[in-house]
Structure formats: structure tokens, C-alpha cells
Ligand binder design. Structure first.
Ligand code: GRF
Length: 217
């Protein structure tokens, strides 16, 4: 199975996916990495790992549809089975989502459906949440709105600031994302428009773990 990872920034989830691949635990080869920014910290990490890399910047495209068409061309040129969003700061056209919906995953730093969008750690603290976390989910046209597959819950501690909380969540992101990719690569996870199946059963609610707990087999 061949995967592409889409990034815009530092690429720590990309690194976790690459580490899982190196350890033989991903079940997929990361064939290429596409960044929406030429200065993304993840790009040198991708190149060092021997991945093909491409940069597609919004400023080089006249519209969202034009950008997404170029993105599709690059993804399809690499002939990948799976599209992994890992901090890709772009909102897609419905056409793009429709094209990849059955083979695209995202990682989001909150316990969806809580805290969709940006600055989730800051908002969790400001809103006084006692618990926070991260979610791997299928992608639908609604931003951060697709069916959630696996979540990890972390406590919010009284002395947390945005950074300490982000670090605690990120450790869990790096555990759960490669794990869900493995399910997909092994053919156990199927993404249908409107439903996600694991081992042939529709997931009616996300699987959940707590920080550091063993992941569901
Ligand atoms: C992560 O927190 C991810 O959940 C969110 O964007 C951030 C990307 O971080 N979608 P990194 O580039 O993987 O380090």
C-alpha cells in the first residue's frame, strides 16, 4: 500500500508515520509528501527519509478549485492508495473530498466533535475543559466533521499552559495515527461516504483510549 502525507508545518506526525514505517508497523509505504508551504519544517524530514516531495503553494493558484486540481494531479501521479492529512492547513473543495473520501484520513488535536478548527489547546484551557485529546477521523466536506475512528483522551492539569497541554496531546497523536493507518493498510478499516467500518462492523461511536493506555488491537 502506498500513502501520501499532506503537511503544512513541522511534520511531527509525518515523522511518527515514517518511524512506524521504518519499524515495519505501518503496513504502508509513504511514497510522497506534499506541503502547502515551501518552508514547512516537515519537508527536510521527508527528503531525509527518501520520500518524494512536492510543494504546492496557494499563491501559485488562481482559485481553491485550481489548487485542488493540482493537488489531485500530484497525488494521482504517485499512484497512492491512501491520503494522510497531517497538519495540512487547507480547506478542500467538495469535489476533492468526494474524489478521496474512501481513502483519506486526518488527525485533529481535540476530542471531536468538541473543538473543531484551530487553536484547540488554547480553547480547551479557556473553556475550562478537564479533558482534552486527539482524534483520527475520516474526511467529509464538513471541516473536522467526518466520522471519528480512534481518540485518545488526556487530562487537563491545573498548571497546564498551551504548550504543556499541546505536548501531552501530541504524544498521543503520534501513537494513534500510525495505528489507524495500519488498520486501513491491513484492510480492516473501510471508509464509505457516511459510514466507517472496522472488521466489517459499522463504528457507531469512536474507539477511545486514555493517554498511555495500550491501543485497541
Ligand atoms: C497536529 O496537532 C495535528 O493534529 C493538526 O496539526 C498539527 C500538525 O502538527 N492537524 P505536525 O506538523 O504533525 O507536527
Amino acid at each position: 500500500m502506498r500513502a501520501v502525507v499532506l503537511i503544512s508545518g513541522r511534520g511531527s506526525n509525518l515523522q511518527a508515520l515514517l518511524a512506524a514505517q521504518r519499524a515495519g508497523e505501518l503496513g504502508a509505504d509513504i511514497a510522497g509528501v506534499i506541503s502547502s508551504r515551501g518552508d514547512a519544517g516537515g519537508l527536510p524530514k521527508a527528503a531525509a527519509a527518501g520520500c518524494q516531495v512536492a510543494v504546492l503553494e496557494a499563491s501559485d493558484h488562481t482559485s481553491r478549485a485550481d489548487f485542488d486540481a493540482a493537488l489531485s494531479r500530484q497525488i494521482d501521479a504517485w499512484q497512492v492508495d491512501l491520503v494522510l492529512l497531517a497538519g495540512f492547513l487547507r480547506i478542500f473543495t467538495d469535489d476533492f473530498v468526494a474524489r478521496y473520501q474512501t481513502r483519506m484520513l486526518n488527525i485533529h488535536p481535540s476530542l471531536l466533535p468538541a473543538l473543531k478548527g484551530l487553536h484547540t489547546h488554547r480553547r480547551a484551557l479557556a473553556e475550562g475543559h478537564s479533558e482534552h485529546g486527539c482524534s483520527v477521523h475520516a474526511v467529509t466536506p464538513e471541516l473536522d466533521g467526518g466520522p471519528v475512528i480512534l481518540q485518545s483522551r488526556v487530562p487537563v492539569r491545573p498548571d497546564d499552559d498551551e504548550q504543556t497541554l499541546a505536548d501531552r496531546v501530541l504524544r498521543e497523536e503520534h501513537r494513534i495515527y500510525p495505528h489507524v493507518v495500519r488498520w486501513f493498510a491491513d484492510g480492516r478499516l473501510q471508509l464509505h461516504p457516511g459510514a466507517v467500518l472496522l472488521d466489517g462492523q459499522t463504528l457507531t461511536r469512536p474507539l477511545q483510549v486514555r493517554a498511555g493506555d495500550p491501543l485497541p488491537v
